[in-house]
Design a protein around this ligand. Sequence first.
Ligand code: SF4
Length: 199
Amino acid sequence: MYGVPVMASHGDPLGELVLTVLSQSTNDRNRDVAFLRLRERFPSWEAVRDAPVEEIEEAIRPGGISKVKSVRIKAILEAIGDPLDLSWMRDAPIGDSQEYLTALPGVGRKTAACVLLFAYGLRDVPVDTHVSRVGMRLHLLEPGAPFDRLHDQMLAITPPGAELEFHVNLLRHGRRVCHSQRPACRACALRRMCPSRQE
Ligand code: SF4
């Protein structure tokens, strides 16, 4: 139904990390506006790290809850320190990178998975609110499980090489058909196999 998404790895783990923080509680458009403003106003991530938090907040204001996000972005960049570089993750064992990323302030498994998958095409699958809802309704994921466990379950059922496709298409299905409120089960291509379908 949704095809196979084509999206080359962009090779920018720091950018992905900041983008994922900016994506919290907002839509993609506002997230992108906030990210572009941040990139325009500061010449480097080092400059963001060393800037007063008020300046970061002003730059990312269109992304919403900018007070919280500016503090978090600065804290993350400071925790990475010098050099401000995550390119070692391209060739590191995935477990080491996950451990490093989830030790950063406010960074969980979903953000870590976004960084590893979108920056380098590594084997991790982000489980966001849409992916978890659809996965649970299809009984692919354990209802009510904590997000760490959901990520492990997601990886266990994802064929190697299909990480991006599985993530993107569950997300699309959640946005377009399997809505949080009133899922469109009658129009759903998965209804015959879905234990949660509503007649
Ligand atoms: S049948 Fe309904 S609950 Fe199941 S996946 Fe489709 S839209 Fe979601």
